[in-house]
Design a protein around this ligand. Structure first.
Ligand SMILES: Cc1ncc(COP(=O)(O)O)c(C=O)c1O
Length: 388
């Protein structure tokens, strides 16, 4: 599909924030610009002073934001996918193979594909547990446990159903049973409070370009025990350079090469933006707008909604008798309403909810207005009526 004419974005209703948030806050754009207008500055790598050391500033901001004890245990990567690959492969390399791993049918391919590759290589055996009422419970995880289960990888928030999992109780149980727990927070970070001081996960993943309002190409994770993950990337760190052995200390242990400086600057500004508004206000607005959007869609009974009470501002639906791609195309072309269609890189959840055919997803952000929601809902209802 060709890009739709932008007309300076006039009239465009962007409901694809679960993929990548837009617009970005002016402060984020300004910080990226500032990071490029000044010389790159990072302790140990450059001698220039004066500008902000964005990696240090962003690590401190993110540690505060996630209530994480040690800022140096925040590692920057390209995105959630890069984080998941680094952690899943790094853990597997350190653990006795083959060991049993549990994941869920809510997962994104950034979890499913690395695990599938390891299963095919014979490094792990894998159980994929189902969800009930759009969620995966501790009971379901417990039922799948085996004596050789070493790893559980699961999403905090589903990118299709907008459901938040009870990570705290699962984390407490797995910690007590010495099972490593990797949580994919790509959809929750920036939408709901995340308190790692009360949620004992081993690794928590975030991405910059969604609800944290950063630019694409930056993400990361928090890791409590660095020794659990094998080092799979080596290179320059600006430290201990006479040694051919990659440094073991955090954060350089997992960060080789030059940082994505503008990306890290955007993440720093994104977190500050959220804190300026308050996460509570963001969460409240998201819930209210999403509920009113769902109420409006429910007035037309040929619109089938898969998640009538989401925790996150994500609404997934299909119009009876109309292919989801066609619906998305009509909404974009005729109404300038931008949604996302298809499988949303989460194939297993679609087998459960829509026969594996995919659906239309409308996802909101702090910048979505009540008016936009009503106009978009009217547009969807009009399309549905024309197809009836
Ligand atoms: C739940 C979930 N995990 C992981 C990802 C991958 O994120 P990224 O594109 O930043 O790697 C996404 C992106 O859509 C997602 O929704």
């Amino acid at each position: 599909m060709e890009p739709i004419p932008q007309n300076g974005h006039k009239g465009l209703i962007y409901l694809n924030n679960a993929a990548t948030s837009w617009p970005k806050p002016p402060g984020v754009i300004a910080e990226v610009k500032k990071s490029l207008q000044n010389p790159y500055f990072e302790q140990g790598r450059t001698t220039a002073g004066g500008a902000i050391d964005y990696p240090v500033a962003a690590r401190t901001a993110l540690a505060g934001f996630f209530c994480a004890e040690k800022p140096d245990h925040i590692i920057f990567t390209q995105n959630a996918t890069d984080s998941l690959n680094l952690l899943i492969h790094g853990f597997t390399r350190n653990a006795p193979a083959p060991f049993h791993t549990i994941t869920t049918e809510l997962e994104h391919n950034s979890v499913l594909r690395p695990l599938h590759a390891l299963e095919m290589d014979g490094a792990i055996t894998l159980t994929t547990v189902p969800c009930t009422d759009n969620r995966v419970s501790l009971t379901t995880i417990k039922e799948a446990l085996r004596a050789d289960t070493r790893l559980v990888v699961m999403t905090h928030g589903s990118n299709v159903l907008g459901s938040v999992q009870d990570i705290k109780s699962i984390a407490e149980y797995l910690r007590a049973n010495d099972i490593f727990f990797i949580v994919d927070g790509a959809q929750t970070a920036g939408h709901i409070p995340i308190d790692l001081s009360h949620m004992p996960v081993d690794a928590f993943i975030f991405t910059g370009h969604k609800a944290l309002f950063g630019i694409p190409g930056i993400g990361g994770f928090y890791l409590s025990d660095p020794a659990a993950i094998a080092i799979t990337k080596q290179g320059g760190t600006g430290s201990d350079s006479a040694s051919l052995r990659h440094p073991r200390d955090m954060p350089t242990r997992f960060e080789a090469g030059t940082h994505n400086y503008p990306g890290i600057a955007s993440l720093y500004a994104g977190v500050r933006f959220i804190e300026g508004i308050s996460l509570a206000a963001i969460e409240r607005k998201g819930r209210e707008l999403t509920a009113s959007f769902i109420r409006a869609l429910k007035k037309t009974d040929t619109i089938h909604i898969y998640n009538e009470s989401p925790d996150l501002p994500i609404v997934s639906f299909n119009i009876d008798g109309l292919d989801n791609h066609e619906t998305g195309f009509i909404l974009a072309r005729a109404y300038q309403v931008i949604t996302r269609t298809g499988l949303h890189c989460a194939p297993l959840v679609h087998q459960r909810i829509d026969g594996g055919n995919g659906c239309v997803r409308a996802s909101l952000s702090w910048f979505t207005t009540p008016d936009e929601c009503q106009v978009a809902a009217e547009a969807i209802r009009e399309v549905a009526k024309e197809c009836a």
